[in-house]
Ligand binder design. Sequence first.
Ligand SMILES: [Fe+2]
Ligand SMILES: [Fe+2]
Length: 277
Amino acid sequence: MRTIPTAVTPNALLAEDTSRSAYRDYADDAQPGMARVREFYRNNHAHQTYAFVQEKKARWLRFDQREMTPWQGLDFLNTLVDESDPDIELPQISHLLQTAEAIRADGHPDWFVLTGFIHDLGKVLCLFGEPQWAVVGDTFPVGCRFSDKVVYPEFFALNPDSGDARYNSECGVYQPGCGLANVHLSWGHDEYLYQLLRPHLPEPALYMMRYHSFYAWHREGQYGHLLDATDQANLEWVRRFNPYDLYSKNENPPSLAALKPYYEDLMAKYLPASLKF
Ligand SMILES: [Fe+2]
Ligand SMILES: [Fe+2]
């Protein structure tokens, strides 16, 4: 098994590895792992510039790494050991299966269940050599003023864009109401997976994938000046997805072997036989 080189616990992952009560308690520096979380976000906020995001999109959205079936993609992702996950050492696929099963248990549509099952598949970027701070963690818009509601906003002082006049008004390079589809977020697994699967899933599913780490929007209610009507309509779906991502982890995971036929059928219903990553 391959491990991610840097040991960090960005909040989407913190959520997946700690108790519900401890989740997102950034104020408590005594909490185990918080030094790593800070170091993660120091790197993330220092390097995720507007130019960096354009560079990463040009690099990874060529999808020239390898061709796999969706299931092979999950098996490949499963070779990743997330060092940020000290408390419950579950394989990636167990988090996905638990998320999906919790969604299914609540009677949601099958595309919602499928979304739960594949929502972190974009983390294969780590296996393609990306540092973790460019794959996971909270996302935020680049190209406009950073919100102080993004986690660890003090680290944006290290970001060269903070001193660039083009990117420091409320809308920056964007137009008011332009819609999130026209806004570049910090680079990571959300956008990569969205671009990989955009022809294949309904709009709410794509919103869940694309913005599940955009806490400053779906939790903090920031960036309203950039939204369009489609974003407003889909925000509720992104919010609905979030608790399943955060709180469905437990020590007694459902059996993948028993559920594999169901998920294979589900993937066959919506996804092509092979995907170019
Ligand atoms: Fe994620
Ligand atoms: Fe997740």
